[in-house]
Design a protein around this ligand. Structure first.
Ligand code: NAP
Length: 556
């Protein structure tokens, strides 16, 4: 072990009385969270190693390498902000970067900040156990190696564990069949017949790109989505100059926005207080791409059913205008009576709707017209017919927020796993800590907000760092999340959730409520009180000395 790995921080407090752990902190996941952890913890003199099972850094953008994969946040604020120098040095090429560009950006950060010595790739963590008598965590890798640390920190991502549907015959298909987030790099799909199961954000990005080379693309759709336009555009030198001259303000805007985005909202306008023709004018004027449309038009779209309905009608009208066949247009656009906008997370369109006009793209209604029955050796069988294909893509979504933390056993202080703890309700303290799991931090865990992820990740990591600073300065080596604080946060999150239209998510299998999972009941997974309010709460908690945690001096 190197001196650097041993570290100098919290690890020194009780080193004489018991064996030193291998690291002060172990991070799991080398995406934005892993990089942020390395930056902030290393500055405190703490030793950290970040493990990732992938062969490269990038997290989501390492796994989601399907054709067309791109961010839905705009590039210039979908990044880490701890270094003004890096913000100035890096140049984005477009409004929404593809996965390659975002991954290249992360490599740039790792290179510039000399982070590689702290990263161990191709290493899956398969077990984590809290060792109560030592106040350490021990992790076991897929190579059966073990490492100990004082603090275990999950940076595994909130949308990373694939949801593989239980469809009869899944093992029977003789060609390539895989989840969208496990796209085989270099797969030659030119001239092939491709079936895509699912019609969420992934499919919406994937299909127009596949359709350019594939012989055919057939999309098997259950629930239609409200699809907003992305309106991709290149980064011009004037735009880049304007961004770089105003980066402080952009970073501040994200920190103070309800969804962590550099948006101009709240607008101070509501549909309820606006004449009908003016509502339509504002909707039209703001139809310029991205989720901006939802947040920069009116402030009551996600809380006022009537406002939401007008927005939903506007979107479905715009969607249908792009689809030539009226039957397909009716099929791809939701019926506004069925569910409100944002009960499911809307995809951004980079050409999906217009691709439905191509001769080689087919949309199949597996909800009502012809439910999917099974997968056969050569394709898919619905109640009406057989669809032969060469490749099947399961664009069936993720076990959001908790899936990665439940995929392998993480044992807390009483031997219970996180999976067991979250059987009925996925409780946490601000998405960062869980009662019964001392010295465990989660970056953007359940009951954290759904927001521009790099913003939330950095705010979480700042809170974690401040907590470790306190422990270091005051000689504590263990923190125990308080159950009362967890109950309070869980109740608060549920109360707010139920005031929003997102509470309808369980009616339409939304991953935002875990309602897409077949192994668990739907639940409240997201804090919708505003990311800005949530970041304020994190700051307040740190300012007040982390009242949600009990600090202990073990062996003192
Ligand atoms: P998703 O939105 O959860 O969509 C999954 C799709 O699979 C749905 O259409 C679902 O139908 C369908 N499905 C699931 N099980 C099925 C079954 N047994 N039979 C038939 N259909 C089934 O998943 P996603 O498209 O991968 O997107 C998930 C989230 O990842 C997004 O909302 C977004 O937050 C994130 N994402 C982000 C980006 C980006 O930022 N650029 C890109 C892609 C994804 P039902 O709706 O009827 O359940």
């Amino acid at each position: 072990m190197t001196t650097e790995e041993t570290g100098t921080g919290v690890a020194t407090a009780t080193r004489e009385s018991k064996p030193a752990p291998d690291f002060d902190a172990i991070g799991i996941g080398a995406g934005f969270a892993g990089l942020a952890l390395i930056h902030y913890l290393r500055k405190e003199g703490l030793s950290i190693r970040v493990f990732d099972r992938a062969p490269d850094i990038g997290g989501t953008w390492s796994w989601n390498c399907y054709p067309g994969a791109a961010t839905d946040s705009e590039s210039y604020y979908y990044c880490l902000t701890f270094s003004k120098d890096l913000l100035q040095k890096w140049s984005w090429t477009k409004r929404y970067p593809g996965f390659e560009e975002t991954q290249a950006y992360m490599r740039f950060v790792a290179d510039e900040c000399d982070m590689w010595p702290h990263i161990q790739l191709d290493t899956e963590i398969v077990k984590a156990e809290y060792l109560g008598e030592l106040g350490y965590w021990r992790v076991t890798t897929d190579a059966d190696e073990t490492y100990t640390c004082r603090f275990l920190i999950s940076g595994m991502g909130m949308i990373s564990e694939p949801m593989i549907p239980k469809i009869e015959g899944l093992d029977r298909f003789e060609g390539p069949i895989f989840h969208s987030s496990r796209w085989p790099r270099g797969l030659d799909y030119a001239g092939k017949k491709i079936a895509v199961i699912g019609s969420g954000s992934t499919t919406v990005q994937l299909v127009p790109v596949l359709a350019e080379k594939a012989a055919s693309v057939t999309v098997f759709q259950r629930t239609p989505n409200y699809i907003l336009p992305a309106m991709q555009r290149p980064m011009t030198s004037e735009w880049e100059r304007e961004i770089k001259e105003n980066y402080d303000e952009i970073v501040e805007k994200c920190r103070n926005h309800a969804f962590g985005m550099a948006f101009d909202s709240p607008t101070g306008r509501t549909v309820a207080d606006t004449p009908a023709d003016e509502v339509q004018r504002v909707f039209e004027e703001n139809w310029t791409g991205s989720f901006r449309w939802v947040f920069e038009t009116f402030d009551d779209l996600l809380t006022n059913p009537e406002a939401n309905r007008l927005a939903s009608e506007f979107i479905t009208r715009k969607m249908k205008e792009q689809v030539e066949d009226p039957e397909i247009a009716d099929l791809v656009a939701p019926n506004v009576d069925d569910y409100p906008l944002f009960a499911k997370r809307p995809p951004l369109d980079h050409g999906y709707l217009s691709s439905l006009n191509r001769d080689n793209v087919t949309l199949v209604d597996i909800k009502e017209r012809e439910p999917l029955q099974e997968i056969t050796e050569t394709g898919l069988r619905t109640t009406r017919k057989d669809y032969e294909c060469d490749i099947i893509v399961l664009a069936t979504g993720f076990k959001a927020y908790t899936g990665a933390l439940e995929a392998f056993p993480i044992y807390g202080s009483n031997g219970q796993t996180l999976r067991e703890k979250w059987e009925r309700s996925s409780d946490s303290i601000m998405g960062v800590c869980v009662a019964g799991f001392p010295n465990l931090f989660i970056v953007t865990g359940p009951q954290a907000p759904f927001a521009n992820l790099p913003t939330s990740i950095e705010q979480n990591v700042i809170w974690i760092t401040r907590c470790l600073q306190k422990m270091q300065h005051e000689g504590y080596n263990v923190f125990k999340p308080r159950i009362e604080a967890e109950r309070e946060w869980t109740a608060h999150t549920a109360e707010i959730h139920n005031q929003t239209l997102m509470a309808h998510g369980d009616e339409v299998n939304s991953w935002m409520m875990g309602a897409n999972r077949d192994d668990k009941a739907p639940r409240v997974l997201i804090y919708f009180g505003g990311a800005d309010a949530y970041y304020d709460k994190l700051d307040q908690s740190a300012d007040e000395g982390f009242p949600e945690l009990e600090f202990v001096k073990l062996n003192a």
